[in-house]
Design a protein around this ligand. Structure first.
Ligand SMILES: *Cc1c(COP(=O)(O)O)cnc(C)c1O
Length: 381
């Protein structure tokens, strides 16, 4: 069978079916070369020039990402943040951006600075009233509508198809930060998105040992070419070793995401009515604000991210985190190990995150061990 006929899960497991032509090796090599030989006629017959633009080790990871997201092309970046800022760096003074109030905190702060510095308009819509975004888009002026779904760390779910229609009606592009969903659960391009962004540091790599980002485009158009130029000009590329680790991590993406989702769903249901929990925020719970939207655009699970609001407020939340023994206190998410974080104290002043909230990245450990750890920490209250 040719690669075109194979399912993304097969392509991921086999690193695009790679077998080395010279040696028969079933894992790809790491291409460390920064530069590539020209032919006597001065051309580059193999298509590679210089590693700030392209490298065969990036290429394999990018081909797989394009297939996983059903896109026309993919680019990997040195960080999720570099992937996220690249589309905005193609904008001109006078352009306009619409984004949600609840989104990845560092990107929100960067957007505020960047747009102010370059004379670009920026409006935030309230994630609790997503329809209000319709009043903010300006036909011909708005160039990017940005959403994140499920959105850190309240896990509101935004309707990708609705936002795609809104953006396209105004002549804008819809970009979706799909880090928490992963292509295993949601493929935004299939719902009308123009661009998908991932912090590859999270689920795509999955082992908390690579910093990286990715963009996947629905169409390989002129704008995609500009985004590629931004990456090349600024050298926002991953090193070949990191790109290789990312590809290796993606070989188990489907298994990891399914197990983390199963664990998170079971934990959400277990603690849903717990006397020491104010509320469980998880898209897989019918009581969750985003559940209806989640049912339309998430499949095979609702992801590994959930938040618990602890009855008793901030001090109680911090105490629960302090008493966890199996789940580690650390920032980041999407690794095989479970992590907990008190987000309000990380985000600081002006955060929309309640101070009684603990964010959990649920890993692939034994479910009973995780539940027992949470139970014993809650019992210290
Ligand atoms: C981590 C994260 C980012 C930023 O990615 P880095 O790899 O840390 O630069 C962006 N969006 C979301 C949702 C994230 O979780």
């Amino acid at each position: 069978m040719r690669n075109n006929d194979l399912k993304p899960e097969t392509l991921a497991a086999q690193a695009m079916g790679y077998v080395d032509e010279t040696t028969g090796a079933v894992t790809p090599p790491i291409h460390l070369a920064t530069t590539y030989e020209r032919a006597p006629d001065n051309s580059y017959p193999k298509g590679y020039v210089y590693t700030r633009s392209e490298n065969p080790t990036y290429g394999l990871a990018e081909d797989l990402l394009a297939r996983l997201e059903n896109g026309a092309g993919a680019l990997i970046f040195s960080a999720g943040m570099s992937a996220a800022v690249a589309p905005f760096m193609t904008l001109r003074p006078g352009d306009h951006v619409v984004a949600p109030t609840v989104m990845y905190w560092a990107l929100r702060n960067w957007l505020l600075d960047f747009t102010a510095q370059w004379g670009i308009g920026l409006d935030f819509f309230d994630v609790n009233e997503p329809e209000s975004a319709a009043d903010l888009v300006q036909e011909g002026k708005t160039k990017i509508v940005w959403i994140e779904t499920p959105a850190n760390p309240l896990w509101d779910c935004l309707d990708i198809a609705w936002f795609a229609q809104l953006a396209h009606g105004a002549g804008a592009r819809l970009c979706v930060d799909s880090t928490a969903a992963t292509p295993v659960i949601t493929r935004p391009i299939e719902h009308g998105a123009d661009l998908v962004m991932h912090s590859a540091t999270k689920y795509l790599n999955g082992h908390s040992d690579v910093l990286g980002g990715a963009l996947i485009a629905a169409k390989a158009d002129d704008w995609w070419g500009e985004i590629r130029r931004v990456r090349t000009d600024h050298g926002m590329v991953m090193g070949p070793f990191e790109a290789w680790l990312l590809l290796r991590g993606m070989r188990t993406l489907h298994l990891r995401v399914r197990k983390a989702s199963e664990n998170a769903q079971a934990i959400a249901e277990h603690f849903h009515n717990h006397p020491k929990i104010g509320s469980v925020l998880y898209p897989g719970l019918p009581t969750h604000i985003g559940h209806d939207v989640a049912l339309r655009q998430m499949e095979g699970g609702f992801g590994g991210m959930l938040s618990l609001r602890i009855a008793g407020g901030e001090a109680a939340a911090v105490k629960v985190a302090a008493n966890l023994e199996v789940i580690h206190r650390a920032t980041s998410l999407g690794g095989v190990e479970s992590l907990v974080e008190h987000r309000a104290s990380i985000e600081g002043k002006g955060t929309p995150v309640p101070d009684d909230l603990l964010r959990f990245s649920i890993g692939i450990e034994d479910l009973g061990d995780l539940i027992q750890d949470l139970e014993q920490a809650l019992n210290t209250l």
